[in-house]
Design a protein around this ligand. Structure first.
Ligand code: P6P
Length: 335
């Protein structure tokens, strides 16, 4: 069968051997995320009917409580993952603490934990701009059969077994890696099937797009300011184009296809940065490196950062290899 017409289900089965030591659980886990993505996609796509369905907090025309979409997305992903007893723990941007999934069957040997940002950029929903779900999967490090601990979640990004995102854009795509490259699947909403539309996704080594909220410019580190000015100078293939959607998944997805760099620096306002290490930066960094790009948290490789807190924030820069390397030159000047 041609690569491009393969469904996500067929792709998972064909690549089962990639999931080292997995007895099919990781495949079941990716399948569960696929199901939850379709449910959330349905809700996101009808969000524009708020006047008809009622805004969050109201009761909709069916008399149901209308939930905020990020709360609903959180519930759908947690429910889907918990019901199938394929994970032993879940951490979410929407949950203060991690959730331990106590399996009923004592012999059940769940060995994976999932960390998730159920609906990143959800403030864009009200203005009909694309949003995304980001997920990160690890093998637990504490003994199988015992309740998970914080240690199972505070693992460096280099130990992820899989990571990916769903982007709810002009079309809905699921993009993920298990450490063997990055593959993108587009949903055919008419039949609810994801098809392999972007095999072996890779960042162009160079790019001409920079993505940053320039409204924060005055608060940035001098090295970041100098790099932004470098992007704007008229020389060689510059000035570059500025594109910033305000949705990490969307900016990252576009830059991976076209080439570019995404930056969320720390600043005098956000002293640690804004993005969360565990369920935003680590999964996106894993994808970036698997797509021949780079991801740094300033002077360090994101995937080498040892997490200390569930919701910790870091400065985040990722994208085309040569663009991130050039930024690093500017950052090094001031250390
Ligand atoms: P700002 C969305 O809230 C998010 O976490 C990312 O998806 C996005 O890139 C960034 O924050 C936008 O933040 O401060 O520029 O509005």
């Amino acid at each position: 069968m041609q690569q491009k017409h393969k469904t996500l289900g067929e792709f998972i089965i064909e690549n089962q051997s990639e999931f080292q030591y997995s007895s099919g659980e990781l495949s079941k886990l990716i399948n569960a995320l696929r199901l939850a993505a379709k449910v959330v996609n349905h809700e996101v796509n009808k969000a524009g009917l708020v006047d008809v369905l009622g805004a969050a907090g109201d009761t909709n025309i069916q008399g149901e409580d209308q939930q905020k979409l990020d709360v609903l997305a959180n519930e759908k992903f947690i429910q889907t993952l918990s019901n199938r007893e394929i994970v032993c723990g879940i951490a979410s941007e929407e949950e203060d603490d991690f959730i331990s999934i106590n399996s009923n069957d004592k012999n059940h040997q769940n060995k994976y934990v999932v960390l998730i940002d159920p609906l990143d950029g959800s403030s864009n929903i009200d203005v009909n701009v694309s949003v995304g779900t980001i997920f990160s999967i690890y093998r637990r490090v504490t003994p199988i059969g015992t309740p998970v601990t914080l240690e199972d979640f505070l693992q460096p990004g280099r130990d992820q077994v899989a990571a990916g995102y769903i982007v709810y854009g002009t079309s809905t795509m699921l993009v993920y890696t298990t450490g063997h490259g990055v593959n993108g699947f587009t949903l055919n909403p008419a039949i609810g099937t994801f098809y392999l539309s972007h095999p072996n996704m890779e960042f162009p080594v160079d790019g001409k797009i920079y993505s940053v909220n320039e409204g924060n410019y005055i608060h940035f580190h001098q090295g970041v300011k100098d790099y932004i000015k470098y992007c704007q100078q008229e020389e060689g293939d510059r000035p570059y184009t500025s594109r910033y959607i305000g949705s990490l998944v969307s900016d990252f997805h576009r830059n991976m296809i076209k080439g570019g760099i995404y930056m969320y620096p720390k600043s005098s306002v956000t002293e640690q940065g804004k993005l969360r290490l565990l369920y935003e930066c680590n999964p996106i960094a894993f994808l970036a490196e698997q797509a021949n790009g780079l991801a740094i948290g300033g002077r360090t490789r994101v995937l080498d950062i040892q997490p200390t807190e569930l919701h910790q924030r870091i400065p985040f820069f990722c994208g085309s290899r040569n663009m991130v390397a050039k930024l690093q030159e500017f950052l090094e000047k001031y250390h």
